[in-house]
Design a protein around this ligand. Structure first.
Ligand SMILES: [Zn+2]
Length: 297
């Protein structure tokens, strides 16, 4: 049998179905439900509903609610990060993060952040579905633990972005994880922001770790998605920075080109019709493959 075993294996490989794609339609559905809550700026009733939505989605998982008080230009504001933990066999953690709130300074317009916050909440929820199913099969993931982080207060309270008025949730979380030693366990911090855009073009963010950019490029190429990734380079102030500053390998996966002349960004035009299940499928495929490649390192 040894002589023909190779032939059989080859036939089996040829007959094997293509790797199933990530369920971007489900991610889009979650995003739609979340965005239907409406504006969710800090202190609003929409924000409380968004919190309840996340709490309900992960009620059967290892969910931690990380509450804190942010010192902001409008005074003390209660904020809340959500952390969902899926344990793995390898010692170490891969964090996937997104912010979930909308901008306080846009509270007078109907800004629902379908792409900005909404799309990546949907993406991480659908990734959570897949991790939950993997856990159910094997009790722990084969690779590193994966933690989903839904952070609060990424956006500035006032319209002018400053170092002290922005990134409230991740600044709080990075400091807390520095104090309790968690930071040393994080192998990669992967941030998703505004990547539901139908016209997907993901920036090569300058302060992101080179090796993570390389692995994600490799992951994208595996699916023929290379042209959606890292064709242009730029520096972005985003939720990865509190982790970059503490030497955690991090990447900001962001599409900063949203609508003609970026006209949908931070406007009432950031609505569900501008994002697509196709883009979320691309994101999900590449995120999950990137996790697999990090596990193999
Ligand atoms: Zn924004």
């Amino acid at each position: 049998m040894p002589r023909i075993a190779g032939g059989l294996l080859l036939l089996a490989a040829l007959a094997a179905p293509a790797q199933p794609h990530f369920n971007g339609a489900k991610a889009l559905q979650y995003a739609g439900q979340f965005v239907a809550i409406g504006p969710r700026w800090p202190t609003s009733t929409g924000h409380a509903k968004a919190e309840e939505f996340l709490r309900n989605q992960f009620k059967h998982d290892q969910l931690e609610e990380d509450t804190f008080t942010a010192d902001t230009p409008i005074g003390a504001v209660p904020m809340r990060n959500f952390i969902v933990r899926f344990p793995g066999k390898k010692d170490g953690v891969i964090v996937l993060a997104t912010h979930y709130e909308t901008n306080y300074w846009l509270r007078k317009i109907n800004f629902v952040g379908a792409n900005d916050g909404g799309s990546t909440v949907g993406l991480l929820m659908a990734i959570g579905d897949q991790l939950r199913a993997d856990l159910a099969r094997g009790k722990t993931l084969d690779g590193y633990s994966v933690w989903l982080v839904f952070d609060d207060g990424e956006e500035s309270i006032e319209s002018k972005w400053t170092d002290s008025d922005s990134l409230y949730g991740t600044r709080h979380l990075a400091a807390k994880w520095a104090r309790d030693g968690t930071l040393g366990r994080i192998k990669a911090f992967i941030l998703a922001d505004m990547i539901g855009d139908k016209d997907l073009d993901i920036l090569r963010e300058s302060r992101s770790a080179d090796w993570l950019v390389t692995l994600m490029t490799q992951a994208a190429n595996k699916f023929g998605y290379g042209h959606y990734f890292f064709q242009t380079e730029g520096q972005v102030e985003d939720d990865h920075l509190p982790f970059v500053r503490r030497d955690v390998p991090s990447i900001d996966v962001i599409d900063l080109d949203y609508g003609p002349n970026n006209s949908y960004h931070h406007t009432a035009q950031d609505t569900m019709d501008k994002i697509s299940s196709r883009s979320l499928t691309i994101d999900g495929d590449v995120f999950l493959e990137t996790i697999r490649l990090i596990d193999l390192r």
